[in-house]
Unconditional design. Structure first.
Length: 217
């Protein structure tokens, strides 16, 4: 049994759980995971046993509990500074934190109209004007990060970081709903999709028996 445990929701649907889980994987620490079925009568009661906010993801590390994806990322970055969870360059790190925070607090229209569903495809669910505006802003972020700091690898700041964990569910959504991307965005999403930890998550998502009807079209 590992000292670190992450509590997550259904892998097929829980975008925030995916973010936190990718950060834990990037840390290199051994960990256990507990999947809590979402959208069930007992879901909130079960989550509250592990997360005071009643939301997932949350991690338990020894006697410490950390919840919220960005807080988990910051905790892990301090705990394992050599894991590269944030870029080493100060300018890149400032931008990575900014775009991660923007993802954390924004893009509500895209989230609501395009819920994450990794194992399905819904090409006929077209974006609303607000969801398209969110998609356009995300594409702009990706172009800017790749242009300024992405030269050393395939991800936003070269190597995989917290920023990529934050945007990974968007790549999944763009695939599920066949959202058009420019060349930079397509190449970036292809790299995220091929990232071995994401593929590990995807294979588990495809095997889950749970179905959330509101995310199926």
């Amino acid at each position: 049994m590992a000292d670190l445990t992450i509590y997550i929701g259904n892998k097929n649907y829980s975008s925030w759980s995916l973010r936190g889980w990718l950060m834990v994987k990037q840390s290199g620490l051994a960990f256990d995971e507990v999947v809590i079925a979402l959208d069930e009568p007992t879901t909130r009661e079960t989550i509250l046993r592990h997360s005071p906010s009643g939301t997932v993801p949350a991690i338990r590390h020894g006697e410490r509990t950390v919840w919220d994806s960005l807080a988990i990322g910051e905790y892990l970055a301090e705990l394992v500074p050599d894991a590269g969870l944030w870029p080493a360059d100060a300018g890149a790190r400032a931008l990575a934190r900014s775009v991660s925070a923007e993802m954390h607090s924004g893009f509500a229209a895209l989230r609501q109209h395009f819920p994450m569903n990794m194992r399905s495809t819904f090409p006929d669910r077209f974006p609303t004007a607000a969801a398209q505006a969110d998609a356009n802003r995300i594409a702009s972020i990706w172009r800017d990060c790749r242009r300024r700091y992405g030269g050393s690898g395939e991800f936003l700041f070269g190597e995989f970081s917290i920023a990529d964990a934050m945007y990974a569910p968007v790549c999944s959504r763009f695939r599920t709903y066949k959202i058009e991307m420019d060349e930079v965005g397509q190449a970036y999403c292809d790299a995220v999709w091929a990232h071995p930890p994401l593929q590990e998550w995807l294979q588990a998502a495809r095997k889950e028996p749970m179905v959330i009807p509101s995310a199926e079209f």
